[in-house]
Design a binder for this molecule. Structure first.
Ligand SMILES: *[C@@H]1O[C@H](CO)[C@@H](O)[C@H](O)[C@H]1NC(C)=O
Length: 494
């Protein structure tokens, strides 16, 4: 009996091994020779397995953007970066691929949302049409400049007031958390009926942001779990996460919020499309998604500008002089975003901050369901995920000499062939570009002009430098070196 059982088990085991080996061989053969994009160049590992990306995203970590750049140097401007996805490195072609809604139907690539915890919402909005349901009203709402100007200005005034409160208290401030608190206040103020007042929190929500950051770093792991495992692990993590007091509070805060009227109906519409067991809290999760997408780039840009100016007194002086003159000559215009946009040095600082601080290192894959892409003799079939990386453009030394240097002067005067503006894509472009761009611009103009206006606080860095802000890890939201304790500042009387 035992003998028979042992024999059966051994056979089953052998069969399983044979099946796995056979399946792997078949998959490799298929991906190398029969896959619709089999002919595109690329490294052997990138073409045959998704674990290659996993290795660079999770083990290295957050370094696939750098590896992709190397692969382009080796294989040319169009390469296969995963078994399913094509990556193109050709800055001007970006403007042909990332186009508005009415030009071409553009879907997002569902795999890209894996591991983020927002898969359920993404499953609905990854299509051109599903995305449009929420996108149009969001754009319309955020486009109401006159409505939002005083609200955003109010948040940046709170930011300035919080810094003033800390003057000469001897307390260290984590600048990153201060800027994130500002950004989250702005995002909630323009999206919901009531502001969140994150800036009032004494530690600038230190614990919440640290937890969110470690979550961010685990996205590549969850993204690469095989589907059945992911379907168990991700909800389990969500349940566990909901017990962490800071996350629970964040969640409840969003749940208590009511959307601005413009967003109520479209959210209900999307909720109607969600599967039955995902409908609970759907609206608040959209609110969270908007917050998550709306805060990192803009807060890191503001943090970058403040840090750089604290390190370079001559740049700081130029900005303060420009603002002092404006404050003296046009005091009635200092609350107008349109008027502030005319200030050349302020604008140059913001452009430079966006170039260095809001680079998306992770590629942003799209699919055209109806169209092929023709590029240098290659034909990318319909429905194939393709991507580009805007960070390479922000760091292109032919357009931005010494790209690592924060140099507002480069924006003053010369942009002879208009390339600098074509290469600066902090918010992406086309139908899926950042919907809150106006709000972000307004926030940056108001925040920087409020902090550096006459009488503004003096900011002193504490054991922090450029390495604490320079982006180095290409997570969904890019991060500086992981062992950085963050930019810490003291605030003084001027
Ligand atoms: C400051 O904020 C950054 C970004 O969240 C974080 O990585 C860092 O650990 C924080 N530093 C301190 C001292 O809390």
């Amino acid at each position: 009996m035992t003998l028979v059982l042992g024999y059966t088990l051994a056979t089953a085991w052998l069969a399983l091994c044979a099946w796995s080996i056979g399946y792997t061989v078949w998959l490799v053969v298929y991906r190398l020779w029969f896959h619709p994009i089999a002919k595109f160049p690329g490294s052997f590992w990138a073409r045959t397995t998704f674990w290659y990306e996993f290795y660079y995203e999770w083990i290295k970590p957050g370094k696939y953007y750098a590896r992709i750049k190397e692969m382009h140097e080796q294989y040319g401007p169009i390469i296969r970066v995963t078994p399913d996805e094509i990556h193109i490195s050709d800055p001007l072609f970006y403007h042909e691929l990332f186009v508005p809604f009415n030009v071409r139907r553009t879907n997002a690539y569902t795999r890209y949302a894996q591991g983020t915890g927002f898969e359920d919402i993404f499953a609905i909005i990854h299509t051109h049409e599903g995305h449009k349901v929420i996108r149009d009203p969001v754009e319309k709402l955020y486009g109401k400049i006159a409505t939002h100007e005083p609200l955003v200005l109010g948040c940046t005034k709170n930011f300035r007031a919080r810094l003033d409160q800390e003057r000469d208290t001897g307390k260290l401030i984590n600048l990153s958390h201060a800027c994130l608190s500002l950004a989250i206040d702005v995002a909630t103020t323009v999206t919901f009926q009531a502001p969140s007042n994150y800036l009032e929190e004494p530690t600038f929500n230190e614990n919440l942001f640290n937890i969110q950051k470690s979550g961010l770093m685990h996205v590549p792991l969850f993204a690469h779990l095989p589907t059945p495992l992911r379907m168990i692990v991700v909800p389990a993590i969500q349940v566990l996460a909901s017990r962490i007091p800071e996350l629970k509070e964040w969640d409840e805060k969003t749940r208590r919020q009511t959307f601005r009227t413009e967003l109520q109906e479209p959210t209900m519409k999307l909720q109607g499309r969600a599967s039955i067991w995902k409908r609970a809290n759907f609206a608040s999760r959209i609110g969270q998604l908007i917050q998550q997408n709306g805060i990192f780039h803009v807060s890191h840009t503001i943090e970058t500008i403040i840090t750089q100016l604290a390190m370079d007194k001559s740049q700081l002086q130029k900005l303060q002089d420009e603002l002092a003159q404006f404050w003296a000559e046009k005091p009635d215009k200092v609350t107008s975003w349109y008027a502030l946009r005319e200030l050349p040095y302020l604008t140059a600082c913001i452009h430079e901050g966006l170039r260095l601080g809001a680079g998306s290192m992770k590629r942003s894959p799209r699919e055209y369901p109806d169209d092929e892409i023709h590029y240098q003799g290659w034909v990318i079939p319909k429905g194939t995920p393709f991507s580009m990386t805007t960070y390479y453009m922000h760091m292109d030394p032919t357009v931005f000499p010494n790209p690592d240097t924060f140099n507002p002067d480069r924006w003053l005067g010369a942009d002879p062939n208009g390339l600098m503006h074509k290469y600066l894509l902090p918010f992406g472009k086309g139908s899926r570009a950042c919907a809150g761009q106006n709000i972000a611009w307004m926030q940056m103009y108001f925040a920087i002009s409020q902090v550096y206006q006459p009488g503004g606080p003096a900011i002193e860095l504490f054991e922090s430098d450029e390495s604490d802000i320079r982006l180095a890890h290409g997570y969904v939201f890019p991060q500086p070196r992981l062992d950085s304790p963050g930019v810490r500042i003291y605030v003084h009387d001027p």
